[in-house]
Design a protein around this ligand. Sequence first.
Ligand code: SF4
Length: 389
Amino acid sequence: MTPIATDAATPSPLSPPEAFPSDPATAAAASSGSEVVDLTDAATTPATPADGGPANHPARPTPTAAPPPSDAVGRADDVRETVASQIHELLDEGIVVRDVFVGWVAAIEVAGCPARYRASGADGWGFPGWSPALAGATVGRAALVRHLDRTSSPMSDPTLPEPLEAVRDWFREAGRAPASSVAEWIAELMQDGDKATVAATAANATRWMAGFLRTVGWPLPERLAVVVDNPEGPFGRSWPKRWRLKGTPVSVGSSPDAIVGKVAPSGRFDLLVHRPSAPLDGALYHRAAFEAAAGALSNRIVAANVKVTTADTGDCARFPVTPDLLDQGVRLVVDVVRQRLVAADDADPDDATPSPACHWCPQLEDCHPGQAWLAGPHGRWRNGLPTLA
Ligand code: SF4
């Protein structure tokens, strides 16, 4: 497994956490394997108005710029060619499938238990669709960008958002003059009087923003831009939603929450994924590998690192985008297509893979390996605690 740097220390609320040191020496220690992560490392610099960088980001000390990763565009082309040829090879077997969307949820599901993924059917294959968590994150990002853009100017840095107030302001504006698809959705909910969904989405968005600020730190890292649908100022940016393989029903979606750095062959950037709660280590690694490969597919350039922040623990795990990580990401993408073909062929290979996920698996009633695993010594444990009889 690709080495990652993590820091379990919980930073003080809304101050630059120890996990993101601005000292270049500390950043160098991180790259040599010590237990730190730096969101302000050289990957995020330089930022000058001349090269298109925002002039008004809150500044931190600027470490020495690192060179761009070698041939980031060529490596992305290699990823596209490899994924395309492997998927064409699978589809050439003649099994017909429709609308194969490969997102991070599908990739992690297949890596965890192929049998459960196949059995989840059309609803599961399309997940997450428009889930409460996704809505909360989308609104949280939009509200954060709105606040940062509105409170900054060429002469001054943005102010630290108060998450509940920032989300409230965004909701008021969405109700009056929706300026994005998620704002239109909220406006419709308000018009329909669906107060419960509006309140739940506001709560999730507030939680998302608070967790994001707490783990990323304040001031924000140089050249951090949050991914939104309709960026207008320097703190938001769009990101290609899907890569479609021409002539096939396959599309792949990458979904970072923020980009740190300059997305260009001459630049260097990291993909940042924020999660309100921490998954298991394996899922964390798979998410990073998937985003590395899917991001290369959709944006035609390879990131330097994928960083995954988790709000409940305050951790940031950094995964350098190495050839091994990209290979793993390609495998995850292709495996989803393979499992859709297996499902379409009505094949039922004996590949149920028990894990703690069996506890809440909808297939458990019919799955003997899962039942046997839960009845054994491993099954006693749930969320790190023994279950009570
Ligand atoms: S119960 Fe466990 S092993 Fe069986 S399908 Fe579900 S996750 Fe896989």
